[in-house]
Design a binder for this molecule. Structure first.
Ligand code: TRP
Length: 452
């Protein structure tokens, strides 16, 4: 059994800081940009229901497994998997979890940095009044003009990646923890403010709630199911080692089940609240709820542009999105950064730069998918951006998730398990049933159904 109480990379100063960091990773573009538009495209309430089921029965048990493996291994996901496999005498090939995870991290960051850059770009443009009284057509044109300019898109993506690298370079304590300590409370505050604004000024709050919570089964199909599952993985940052890396810095002696449940609840609450902010704005202004990825960048500016106080609240909204994205992107980089620190003599700052520059370069492919590279299609007419999103979310994350669940529940030593879950003894049988059988079977069924 491995029995380390500290990692070489530093530690979160308390359980609360771990919760803020992990919730910071979880809460991101997935909650504010992706969840509302997916719910809009997939029939609202039914999608939300499928998503909640996936969170509870697949996401939460795997979230627990990732924290558990990370805390037991106390290293980068690749290093932790090698050490854990050695400690129970199974093949080191299990470290594929770490390798696949690092790959998925680069792929996700490639498109994540682009969308985060757009959100950042919308802060000054909303503040300067670009969208005041804008018409639907003008809003669409201005968004199209923006994304079809490679210089703008790459410029903002680069700025966002630079920030991410800067924070990662400062290390776990001075970089990551300091960032989440301030940005997470700010994020929750802004979200509550916007919720009140949306509820008070639109008069369509109930319509928004109905759309989100009333299932319309006619609009649901198997494609919606895999989308809901992929979203559950994406929004909880599961399946690629981000939470494993963060778990390695979690102090010993606090309940993993309780902590994981708090993180999942916070994440789900933010997704639902974002929906409750966005849909009333959409309905009050007679806009289309199924607008897709453009929901946040076309529909919302129109809505804000028509409303009293929209200039200031719209700006705050994009500040919120930027904060949420930063606390997530640093977790996408962390597994690879920690691994380079362990394997080379580069040190934290240079490792962060090396890994960050690779992610940035891959991101250029995603940035160009909207302009000069819009016809570089890979398969099925998908652009580089679409491919990165599809392969990472719908294939790599669920696959990584199954492997994590299987390793934690079938391979990890009983002594190690009891050592990490001593506060959660009563939950072990439930967790074990879910991770041994239900979660892997659930993911496999969704895979099979999608392929046929
Ligand atoms: N969960 C984040 C979001 O919803 C994105 C994210 C951060 C992520 N780290 C991850 C997704 C690791 C998958 C894996 O925006």
């Amino acid at each position: 059994m491995l029995n380390r109480t500290e990692s070489n990379h530093g530690m979160w100063s308390s359980r609360l800081m771990f919760i803020l960091a992990a919730a910071g990773s979880a809460v991101g573009l997935g909650n504010i940009w992706r969840f509302p538009y997916l719910a809009g495209e997939n029939g609202g309430g039914v999608f939300v229901l499928a998503y909640l089921v996936c969170i509870g029965f697949i996401g939460l048990p795997i979230l627990i497994s990732e924290i558990l493996l990370g805390r037991a291994g106390r290293q980068s996901p690749i290093g932790a998997m090698v050490a854990l496999a050695d400690s129970v005498g199974v093949s080191r090939r299990w470290s594929v979890i770490g390798w696949m995870g690092a790959l998925a991290g680069f792929m996700i960051l490639s498109f994540y940095g682009v969308i985060a850059g757009w959100a950042m770009a919308y802060v000054p443009s909303t503040l300067s009044g670009t969208f005041v009284s804008i018409s639907a057509i003008e809003a669409e044109r201005s968004f199209e003009a923006f994304i079809s300019d490679p210089w703008q898109v790459v410029g903002w993506q680069s700025l966002f990646m630079l920030l991410t690298i800067f924070i990662a370079a400062r290390g776990v304590g001075r970089g990551l923890e300091t960032t989440v300590r301030y940005l997470m409370p700010a994020l929750f505050g802004l979200l509550i403010l916007l919720l009140v604004y949306s509820a008070v000024t639109t008069g369509e709050f109930i319509a928004g709630l109905t759309f989100l919570f009333q299932p319309d089964f006619s609009r649901f199909n198997t494609d919606s199911l895999i989308t809901a599952m992929g979203q559950a993985f994406f929004t909880l940052s599961l399946g690629m080692g981000a939470i494993m890396a963060y778990g390695a810095y979690m102090p010993k002696g606090s309940s993993i089940v309780g902590t994981a449940t708090t993180i999942a609840l916070l994440d789900t609450t933010v997704a639902l609240m974002s929906g409750m902010v966005i849909f009333p704005l959409v309905f009050a202004n007679g806009l289309e709820s199924s607008a897709g990825p453009g929901l946040m960048f076309i529909t919302l500016p129109i809505a804000f542009g028509q409303m009293a106080g929209g200039q200031i609240f719209g700006t705050l909204f994009f500040v919120l999105v930027t904060f949420a994205a930063i606390t997530s992107s640093i977790s996408l980089l962390e597994p690879a950064v920690a691994w380079v620190v362990e394997k080379t003599k580069l040190g934290r700052a240079r490792s962060a730069m090396l890994v960050g520059v690779i992610a940035w370069a891959l991101g250029l492919g995603s940035a160009f998918s909207f302009n000069i590279g819009s016809d570089w299609t890979i398969a099925n007419g998908m652009t580089f951006f679409d491919t990165m999103d599809y392969v990472s979310n719908n294939i790599l994350l669920p696959l990584g998730g199954i492997l994590i669940a299987v390793f934690a529940s079938w391979r990890l030593g009983q002594d190690q398990l009891l050592n990490e879950m001593s506060e959660d003894r009563a939950w072990i049988p439930v967790w074990r049933f879910l991770t041994r059988f239900l979660a892997p079977a659930g993911v496999l069924i969704v895979f099979v159904v999608t392929i046929f």
